[in-house]
Design a protein around this ligand. Structure first.
Ligand code: C5P
Ligand code: C5P
Ligand code: ZN
Length: 478
């Protein structure tokens, strides 16, 4: 497909014009959004943009597109619906089931079906990789900016969405492609600063050993989640963790101390038999939101994303939207509490999986973590992302984490290793097709995708999934 940024930007303008004219006809808008960091950032952006031109808005979290969700849309009192960070994989269903509404889909997922009746904005339509170059929040931002230049103040939130979707997962940990347009807007408006530094969680806010132990991207085996080991590592590198009574943060470290810390991490990982090169992923671009208070988690784009994600996944999406719309104070305190619960739940899952290997089933080209009896269906994605970046399993296999849903179906979150994507695996399209074949729904990106299928089809489904993935291993010539 021919890549055309100009055509994409022209589509953005069309969508912005149509949204604006729909509002001028007094339409009531329903904003449906996915409940991860990117979806929540996207919803905040579009809600603010709609509110600024006087729209009446109702917000609804959309965990997945299925028949029930679409029937609810059809019954909604709003006459226009904007879906953000969700929808592109389900265009034919939306077209068929939501006939009486003006539909806008602002998304970056891989597409399925045609969008005859839908205003569909997606970079993939123009040959641009939505998995790496633009997030759902990025699409929402570009439309918002085309609605009014005033919305440039929302650019930092779009950056939060992009890092939330790990679009910086490359050798330099930097945002690329169309994300650069948003970065430029944010920097030129004095809202964002980009530095190169050690990318650990809580650079500005946490004591160094805590920041290191809270870092899961990259996952540092023996250090992530292991505060005592992190303290010992810092002591071995002669890095004081306190100045007087005050804990030091990464910001307080000298260049030399940072260098010593990185070397100590590399030595630690290699001594445990892991790749020291994982530590290289600790250096990269950090995105600092200059209008946010110093020492608060919303000042660093990655921390902000983690906060939004935790609220969404722990059943508190409106808390995340309130943050996205600018509330701080008690809202931020509450969100930080939810974040601790989220972190605790994930740490418990990981330690349960490590000590109960019977929940891990190995196949030819993937490992399945059977979380049906113990993982909350909303947390499979985070567990899957953590395990796939943790060197717990070999590089050539995909990680699939399952859980049982409230309705008794199976929800899965799958992540492909870099090696598998190099071999041409596209998990999003595999799950899209396979889930439908087995009476469910699925989709996503090439490296990160998910599905929901009936429990009765689960066994056949995973066997066929492994078979498809193995096809790539066999076809591969190094
Ligand atoms: O629905 P959405 O596009 O926002 O979600 C993509 C998901 O995939 C995010 O939860 C993100 O963290 C995950 N991801 C991942 N590894 C990648 C890219 C994305 O786990 N390399
Ligand atoms: O839930 P999880 O984080 O594993 O989702 C990974 C990616 O797959 C997300 O981008 C999500 O929107 C997508 N997905 C999908 N259809 C599903 C489940 C997940 O498109 N039924
Ligand atoms: Zn997204």
């Amino acid at each position: 497909m021919v890549i055309s940024h100009n055509l994409f930007m022209s589509k953005i303008r069309d969508a912005a014009e149509e949204i604006t004219s729909t509002i001028s006809h007094n339409s009531h808008f329903l904003v449906g959004y996915h409940f991860d960091a990117d979806g929540l950032a996207a919803a905040s952006i579009i809600t603010k943009a709609l509110h600024r031109i006087g729209a009446t808005i109702h917000l609804k979290v959309v965990k997945q597109i299925d028949l029930e969700t679409l029937e609810n849309f059809q019954r909604a009192t709003s006459d226009a619906i904007v879906l953000v960070d969700i929808g592109s994989g389900y265009l034919d269903l939306i077209n068929e089931l939501v006939k009486s509404k003006r539909m806008f889909v602002l998304d970056h997922h891989q597409m399925n079906g045609v969008a005859d009746e839908i205003m569909h904005v997606n970079p993939h339509l123009f040959g641009i990789d939505g998995g790496k170059e633009l997030s759902g929040a990025g699409v929402a931002y570009l439309v918002a900016k085309a609605m009014s230049e005033e919305n440039i103040d929302l650019s930092p939130l779009a950056i939060v969405g992009s890092v939330g979707d790990m679009q910086d997962k490359n050798d330099r940990r930097e945002l690329r492609g169309l994300n650069s347009i948003i970065l430029r807007d944010a920097v030129e408006a004095g809202l964002l600063k980009v530095d190169t530094d050690i990318v650990i969680y809580g650079r500005e806010t946490r004591p160094i050993h805590k920041a290191l132990s809270h870092t899961v991207n990259p996952f540092l085996p023996g250090l992530s989640g292991e505060e005592d080991n992190c303290l010992a590592l810092l002591a071995s590198a002669s890095i004081p963790v306190k100045t007087g009574d005050r804990w030091r943060t990464l910001m307080d470290l000298t260049k030399d101390e940072k260098q010593r810390m990185l070397s100590a991490i590399v030595d630690y990982l290699t001594s445990k038999g892991f790749e020291g090169s994982t530590a290289i992923n600790l250096i990269g671009n950090v995105y600092i939101l200059l209008k946010e208070e110093l020492w608060t988690p919303t000042r660093d784009a990655r921390e902000y994303a983690t906060l939004l994600n935790a609220c969404g996944r722990m059943g508190r999406p409106s808390l995340a939207i309130a943050l996205g719309l600018g509330e701080r104070g008690a809202t931020l305190e509450e969100a930080s509490r939810v974040l601790s619960e989220h972190r605790k739940a994930l740490a418990d899952y990981i330690s349960f999986i490590n000590s109960n290997r019977k929940v891990v089933e190995s196949f030819k080209s993937m490992v399945v973590i059977h979380g049906e009896d113990f993982i909350n269906e909303n947390l499979t994605g985070a567990v899957s992302s953590m395990l796939s970046s943790s060197e717990t399993f070999p590089d050539w296999c995909a990680v699939v984490v399952s859980a049982k849903t409230k309705t008794g179906d199976i929800k899965i979150s799958a992540r492909a290793s870099e090696e598998l994507t190099r071999r041409g695996v596209n998990l999003g399209s595999i799950l899209q097709n396979l889930a439908r074949k087995y009476g469910g729904f699925g989709g996503g990106h090439d490296v990160a995708a998910g599905a929901q299928i009936p429990n009765s089809k689960w066994k056949d489904f995973i066997e066929e999934l492994d078979c498809e993935l193995s096809g790539f291993s066999e076809k591969w010539n190094p």
